[in-house]
Design a protein around this ligand. Structure first.
Ligand SMILES: Nc1ncnc2c1ncn2[C@@H]1O[C@H](COP(=O)(O)OP(=O)(O)OP(=O)(O)O)[C@@H](O)[C@H]1O
Ligand SMILES: [Mg+2]
Length: 290
C-alpha cells in the first residue's frame, strides 16, 4: 500500500465509524488523540534464551494515546519485546512500568487485568468456534459469575452473558464482520481472521493494545482495512497502540513514533522522519531482504 493511500484513510475515519450508542464508550474525539503522559515505560530490558541474546538493554517509553511502532529485521527481538511487556517472557534484566506500577515479571493474566491486550503474530483463535464465541473469550476478564453459574444459567449469570454478548455484537459491527458472526473462524479468509483476533483483543477493553504484525500475509485491500480499524480504535477510543509491522509504508504513515531493533539492540527511536533518515537504521535495512 502506498503511503498516500493510508494517509487518505486517516482523516474521515472517526466520522465514518462514530456511533452515539456504542457500548465501547468512545473518548471525546478531541481528547482521544491528544498524546498524553508516559503510560508504559520499558527500562533496560535484557532477555536471553541460552546463548541467544534476544534483547540487550532495551529502553523506550510509550505515551498515552500514541501509536508506537516497533520495527526491525526478522529475529530482531520485536515479538520478544511484546512478550516481556505482557508477561509471556520473564526478562533477566530490567523492568517495565505500566501506569505507575513497576514490575520485572508479571503473569499474563495480571497484565491483561491491568488493561494490556495483545494480538499474536501467529493467530491464536479457536478455528472451530464462531466469530461471536471467539470474541466472547476476550470478555472472560469482565465476567463476574463463575462457570457453574453460567452453565446453570442462573439469573445474574444470564444477565451478565446477555450484556457481554451485546458488547461483542457491537465489536462485530465496528469491525464490519456481521455476515460472519456465526461462521467458524477456520472457514474465513485469513485477512478476516486477523480482524477477529483484533476483535478478541478489543473485547478486553484495553487501555494499551499490543499488535504483533496485524497485517502480515494480507493483500493490499485487507491491509487498508486493517489500517483503518487500527486508526479508528486509536482515534475513537483513545486506545494506546504498540504495533509491530514490517510494511514500512504503513509504519511511516500511521505511527507517531518508532523504535528500531536490530539483533536485540535498539538502533533508533524517534518520529518516522527521524528514523527514516537514521544512517544506522538505513544500514540495518539495506543489509536485509527488507
Ligand atoms: N521461546 C524462544 N526460545 C528460544 N529462542 C527464542 C524464543 N523466542 C525468541 N527466540 C529468539 O530470540 C530472537 C528474537 O526473536 P523474535 O521472535 O523476538 O524476533 P522478531 O523480531 O519478532 O522476528 P520476526 O520479524 O521474524 O517475527 C531470535 O533469535 C529467536 O530465535
Ligand atoms: Mg515476531
Amino acid at each position: 500500500m502506498s503511503i498516500s493511500a493510508v494517509s487518505a484513510l486517516k482523516t474521515p475515519m472517526a466520522v465514518v465509524q462514530a456511533s452515539n450508542d456504542s457500548v465501547l464508550e468512545p473518548a471525546p474525539p478531541s481528547a482521544a488523540r491528544r498524546i498524553g503522559e508516559v503510560i508504559l515505560d520499558v527500562q533496560n530490558i535484557s532477555l536471553s534464551f541460552g546463548g541467544v541474546k534476544a534483547l540487550s538493554d532495551i529502553s523506550f517509553e510509550v505515551r498515552e494515546h500514541e501509536i508506537r511502532a516497533i520495527i526491525g529485521p526478522n529475529g530482531a527481538g520485536k515479538s520478544s519485546m511484546l512478550n516481556c511487556i505482557n508477561g509471556v517472557y520473564s526478562p533477566q534484566e530490567g523492568s517495565i512500568t505500566f501506569r505507575g506500577k513497576t514490575f520485572k515479571h508479571m503473569d499474563s493474566h495480571a497484565v491483561a487485568k491491568m488493561g494490556v491486550a495483545r494480538t499474536f503474530q501467529s493467530l491464536a483463535l479457536f478455528k472451530g468456534m464462531s466469530v461471536l464465541d471467539n470474541i466472547m473469550t476476550g470478555r472472560n476478564l469482565h465476567m463476574k459469575s463463575n462457570l457453574l453459574m453460567q452453565a446453570l444459567r442462573l439469573g445474574p449469570a444470564e444477565r451478565e452473558e446477555i450484556k457481554n454478548r451485546e458488547f461483542v455484537e457491537r465489536i462485530i459491527d465496528f469491525l464490519e464482520i456481521q455476515p460472519y458472526r456465526k461462521t467458524p473462524v477456520g472457514r474465513m479468509p485469513y485477512g478476516l481472521q486477523k480482524r477477529v483476533d483484533l476483535g478478541r483483543a478489543l473485547a478486553m477493553e484495553p487501555t494499551v493494545l499490543l499488535l504483533d504484525e496485524p497485517m502480515a500475509g494480507m493483500n493490499v485491500e485487507e491491509k487498508q482495512d486493517m489500517c483503518r480499524f487500527i486508526l479508528d480504535v486509536n482515534d475513537e477510543f483513545g486506545t494506546t497502540i504498540v504495533l509491530i509491522e514490517h510494511d514500512m509504508g504503513v509504519v511511516m504513515d500511521i505511527s507517531d513514533r518508532v523504535v528500531v531493533l536490530d539483533y536485540g539492540k535498539k538502533i533508533g527511536d524517534g518520529t518516522p522522519e527521524e528514523v527514516r533518515s537514521n544512517p544506522e537504521v538505513i544500514k540495518a535495512y539495506l543489509g536485509t531482504s527488507h
